[in-house]
Design a protein around this ligand. Structure first.
Ligand SMILES: [Zn+2]
Length: 426
């Protein structure tokens, strides 16, 4: 090696997540590849050496180093991966807080034309430019909180034209933002008001018009459906997902969030890459997911914000051998937060995961949940140089000291994109 673009050194605790291929479960979720006194060397945005600093220094001996970055004896982890967000949308719903405090449930607010349908109205009313400005602000927040790869769903347009509008905003963001975006079409997120009582007709619109148009546009890689009582049934969800698979979309599913409908079983049957929420998933459903290799994406900020006493059974999932990932579920209704660090705390306190399991769930397993594990999710030679330096010197400090942002520096593809806790990209 004659030239090193970036050397991050003086890392007290370097969490590499190096380990076996495949999404991790059981005891593997506790293995984080921790290196004391580590360093990471980068060429052309990729990691060329990583490990103990003295070993890395030996490997790059004699090379010219363009930028040396002192981690000042702190903690470094792989860039965090967000496998489930509803990034692009119009409006916000703080007025629902008082309704919730008066005891209205998610489905009750939805039945009154509020909830997601009010976001649909706001998204349809917004221009592409307005959606772009709002989503960019959120994406900057996510980056400042340590996320370097983010999945983004449509699903607030609910017509061919409006879904494409949302997806174009994601695509435009990708062109200028350092965070890697993974685009998901979710036309079956809710039944729009104009199709009230005619869900089957809306399902036909999704299958016959939206999916082919979205495919032609090339604006989405994944397809997701909200399989839930009062939204889309197992049969309707299956029909949409089968049509999507035929067109070449990869599949994700919002499953068993509120009622045990058989969503986990459906995700396994269809070979989805991930199933999300899963608060009400049955043991049989979870076992089927394990057999089919479906990643469970748990969203504890959502159950926290919905004031549920019930949580996803993440410990049971791990025990059964289901790989668990975590995400914010950032959206304007049930989880208006961009902070994966808050999710770390909730993952520990409400799901009972250890800090090590939480980090596995937010890095390598999250990368598997969006088909990006070859590129990101761990600090290994050949992978993208995406890493986070915190103002903390050990992992447990992050979920322990909650409600603040511990991120100091973020490196994305070998570039410093957050400095002193603030976005600093061109
Ligand atoms: Zn969601």
């Amino acid at each position: 090696m004659s030239q090193i673009d970036l050397l991050v050194h003086n890392i007290k605790a370097l969490v590499t997540m190096a380990g076996p291929a495949g999404a991790r479960s059981g005891a593997e979720m506790k293995e984080i590849g921790l290196v004391q006194d580590g360093a990471v060397a980068v060429v052309d945005g990729r990691i060329v050496a990583v490990g103990r600093e003295e070993d890395v220094q030996k490997q790059i001996q004699g090379a010219d180093i363009s930028t040396e970055w002192d981690a000042k004896g702190k903690l470094v982890t792989p860039g965090l991966v967000e496998p489930h967000t509803h990034l692009v949308h119009g409006g916000s719903r703080e007025h629902e807080l008082s309704l919730k405090l008066n005891g209205a449930s998610y489905l009750e607010i939805l039945e009154k034309g509020g909830g997601i349908l009010s976001t649909v109205r706001a998204t349809r009313a917004a221009t592409e430019e307005e959606l772009f400005v709002k989503a960019k602000k959120s994406l900057d927040q996510m980056l400042q909180f340590g996320a370097t790869t983010v999945e983004a769903k449509s699903g607030y347009g609910l017509s061919v034209k409006e879904e494409l509008k949302q997806l174009r905003v994601t695509s435009a963001l990708q062109k200028l933002h350092p965070v890697d975006l993974v685009s998901t079409f979710m036309g079956a997120h809710a039944v729009p008001t104009e199709y009230k009582g005619r869900t089957d007709e809306y399902v036909a619109l999704v299958i016959n018009e939206m999916l082919p148009e979205v495919k032609r546009s090339g604006l989405a890689e994944f397809c997701d459906v909200f399989c839930e009582h009062g939204v889309f049934s197992v049969e309707q969800s299956r029909a949409i997902m089968q049509a999507a698979r035929k067109l070449g979309f990869r599949l994700k599913l919002h499953a068993d969030e509120i009622e045990p409908l058989g969503g986990a079983e459906l995700a396994a049957e269809l070979g989805c890459i991930s199933a999300e929420h899963l608060l009400a998933a049955s043991d049989e459903g979870l076992l089927a997911m394990k057999e089919a290799g479906v990643v469970a994406v748990c969203l504890p900020a959502t159950s926290f914000n919905l004031r549920l006493s019930k949580h996803a059974r993440a410990r049971k999932m791990i025990e059964l051998g289901v790989p668990v990932a975590l995400s914010t579920d950032y959206n304007p209704g049930s989880s208006p937060t961009e902070s994966l660090q808050l999710v770390m705390t909730l993952g520990c306190l409400n799901l009972g995961l250890t800090p090590e399991e939480v980090l596995t769930a937010m890095t390598i397993n999250a990368a598997h949940a969006i088909g990006r594990a070859e590129q990101v999710g761990s600090l290994e030679v050949g992978k993208q140089a995406d890493l986070v330096i915190y103002d903390a010197d050990n992992l447990a400090y992050l979920p322990y000291h909650f409600g603040i942002n511990h991120v100091k520096t973020v490196v994305k593809n070998g570039q410093i994109v957050v400095q002193d806790g603030k976005v600093a990209y061109e």
